[in-house]
Design a protein around this ligand. Sequence first.
Ligand code: ADP
Ligand code: ASP
Ligand code: MG
Length: 424
Amino acid sequence: MARIVMKFGGTSVADLDRIHNVARHVKREVDAGHQVAVVVSAMAGKTNELVGWVQGMPKVGGPNSPFYDAREYDAIVASGEQVTSGLLAIALQSIGVDARSWQGWQIPIRTDNAHGAARIQEIDGSEIINRMERGQAAVVAGFQGLAPDNRIATLGRGGSDTSAVAIAAALHADRCDIYTDVDGVYTTDPRIEPKARRLSKISFEEMLEMASLGAKVLQVRSVELAMVHKVRTFVRSSFEDPDAPGMSDFVNPPGTLICDEEEIVEQQVVTGIAYAKDEAQISLRRVADRPGVSAGIFGPLAEANINVDMIVQNISEDGSKTDITFTVPTGDVEKALSVLEKVRGSVGFDAVQSESGLVKVSVIGIGMRSHAGVAATAFRALAEKGINIRAITTSEIKISILIDGPYAELAVRTLHSVYGLDKH
Ligand code: ADP
Ligand code: ASP
Ligand code: MG
């Protein structure tokens, strides 16, 4: 007998039929004798709808947001998960599985005070464990917790993955299964490249890069938690027949295992390609070249909570001036430009230019640590397709390339193919 956390994403609970289907997946594990806690997302599209409603309200300003009171944002957008947790508990009861729903505050799942993007700090799993030991399944609303101000906090978009892994860690679960609308982690988004291949295993480090660089199959924070707490995490499909052979295989369930790199026998040089849309590039022209300039620019941007990503700096020929180019999410461009306008006098630069709608394509693989020429291969392949490169950043296990938006899919497919990732 084992303890399993099962998480179901938005498309898996999109309507009542699918919720009944999820209940059958849960029943299968309960019938196999396991203790089960389930984490659910809101129905597909629900959170977007709720966020849209908030954005349609007058901007009143709040503690963490220039637009609206972030505590009320959380009260509203957390409601989608409340609905699906109750519905799944009823669906389970209707097929003879003892089940009870739990909201974040009831457990409680304690978070910090960063409403809208809160981080889980502590989970008291005792009551859930008591009930699981008596044979009751817990159905937990994902994406939400209780902030120190005693109000609901949400964990940032895609946060139910993080709820699931954090609960698995708190309950000392043997496994955390993330059920979604694809049957595992692929070499790239299978919706963009039908030739993408499913990986049977991927290392924590690579999954962390894939998720940070745009693969939304797992929220970044969930991968960090799985890595730190050594949670055995699988990504698998809720769309398969819940009772098909092998579905309740405990050691090798169908799907992708996220694990330590030592567990991966056949390591490729490149494991996957990720992409992130809606990047914007901001360039400061003829910036004074003296100590403190970067601090004067990026300090205020950080204080305004603007996530600066790639940074490129070019010194002018005489060494007295420099051009600084960096990227931010498209949604932050206006805010960034107004911050830059304020520091223009103290920093000293001639002009600011910005361009939105760009895409960052990234090549990821721990094999890059020991192989030269991986970046050159990417540049050559993109050049052959006439794709212009705007900026490049690299780390030990990834190369990220900024390109124009319309070339996103071509670039993903080109890189996928040039590194031999295509399925044959
Ligand atoms: P859920 O609602 O279950 O949380 P998400 O939409 O958040 O599901 O994540 C699943 C989606 O992630 C898939 O439908 C797929 O399009 C996308 N995706 C992006 N990159 C990858 C990848 N490398 N492997 C698998 N899926 C990916
Ligand atoms: N429902 C939330 C969202 O859409 C959380 C999640 O699905 O993981 O972001
Ligand atoms: Mg998701």
